[in-house]
Design a protein around this ligand. Structure first.
Ligand code: PEP
Ligand code: MN
Length: 361
């Protein structure tokens, strides 16, 4: 799949999408839009139909809010975008001159809903942004992109808004950066927007996450902006005022994706070949570790002992995390790494345990 930009005239700086989580009132929408007017925002965002996780939360102002967005266009010249979750939303949005639509995380998970939206979009040229599904499933995300692309839309971008996580995390939705990175690897022409608001869930980390996205060469930002964030009817904790958004954007450091500078390229090449050597040593060590695990497996088998010894596993985890910290490695990394190594060791031992013995005659 080859994609075109969601902008009419692509530019070098990041694509900026900003506006409130929800369109609450005409006054709130216009106050936000006027606050953002001079910031070269590419799309003013506002949710009109809000799919909420639980009933009883504010579900959007619906149709009347389409007129408020039209006013935003007239009064500020900004393009406007909103979320669509079914064909009715698509028809209404197009009828009222919405410039781009996005598909929310709770819709991307449902192929029937995405197909319905794709069918409704067929024949139009409206740019479509597709948020990642709430669960960390790259295929589902790609599936949604394919459905929209097959409907004849090639102005597609994706929005990375993080993934649900059952457990403790400082994020509302954990970023799992490797997933959007893999998407970019597969589809280099696909623009990726970072929705730092839904990743963070609160204000203090918004800048940090936006900077990571810029350093990973993302194409833009989607941030929730509200004139009085604490009073917002949805997602109050993560919204910021227009002035704070301006500061956030002004304080971002933009780095070039690549360079032709020979000295730079040579130095990087040298460092990369050292990295390759270390990776190759790591592989040798890991292979050595698996051979040891196999010997242990054989010995356990002869003595009819189970593979998993919880005490030993706990001991390794704790000891290695403690040593890891002294070597500048985060406990989170050590845990993820060791779990993968441990699983591979178990797989090797399982193979040994279940090997059919071939007796010599
Ligand atoms: C939103 O953008 O306000 C929204 C509902 O986001 P998500 O679909 O990412 O939860
Ligand atoms: Mn929101």
């Amino acid at each position: 799949m080859e994609f075109k930009s969601i902008l009419d005239q692509p530019h070098k700086r990041p694509i900026l999408i900003a506006g409130p989580c929800s369109a609450e009132t005409e006054e709130q929408i216009l106050a936000t839009a006027h606050g953002l007017k001079n910031m070269k925002v590419d799309y003013f965002r506002a949710g009109i139909w809000k799919p909420r996780t639980r009933p009883g939360s504010f579900e959007g102002s619906g149709r009347p809010a389409l007129k408020w967005l039209k006013k935003v266009k007239e009064e500020t010249g900004m393009k406007v975008t909103t979320e669509v979750a079914n064909s009715k939303h698509v028809f209404e949005a197009i009828k009222h001159g919405i410039d781009a639509v996005w598909i929310g995380a709770r819709t991307t998970v449902n192929p029937f809903a995405v197909q319905e939206i794709a069918d409704a979009l067929a024949g139009t040229e409206i740019p479509v942004m597709i948020k990642n599904p709430i669960n960390p499933d790259l295929s589902l995300w790609i599936g949604a992109i394919e459905r929209i692309y097959k409907a004849g839309i090639d102005r597609i971008a994706v929005i990375h808004r993080g993934f649900s996580y059952h457990g403790e995390s400082k994020f509302r939705n954990v970023p799992h950066w490797q997933i959007p990175i893999e998407l970019k690897r597969k589809f280099p022409t696909l623009e990726i927007i970072c929705d730092n608001s839904h990743i963070c869930g609160e204000r203090s980390m918004l800048h940090e996450v936006a900077q990571i996205a810029m350093d990973l060469n993302f194409d833009g930002l989607m941030t929730e902006v509200h004139p009085t964030p604490d009073e917002a009817w949805s997602d109050a904790k993560q919204q910021i005022q227009p002035g704070t958004f301006k500061q956030l954007v002004d304080n971002l450091v933009y780095r070039d994706p690549s360079t032709d500078n020979v000295e730079f390229l040579e130095t990087i090449d040298q460092l990369r070949s050292q990295i390759d050597e270390v990776d190759s040593e790591l592989l040798n060590l890991l292979s050595k570790r698996m051979k040891l695990a196999e010997s242990i497996g054989r010995y356990k088998k002869r003595n009819n002992i189970a593979i998993l010894q919880a005490d030993r596993w706990n001991e390794i985890l704790e000891k290695t995390q403690a040593v890891g910290i002294t070597k500048g490695l985060s406990p989170e990394f050590i845990r993820t790494f060791l779990r993968a190594v441990h699983q591979e060791s178990i797989n090797h031992q399982e193979d040994i345990m279940n090997e059919v013995e071939t007796k010599a005659h």
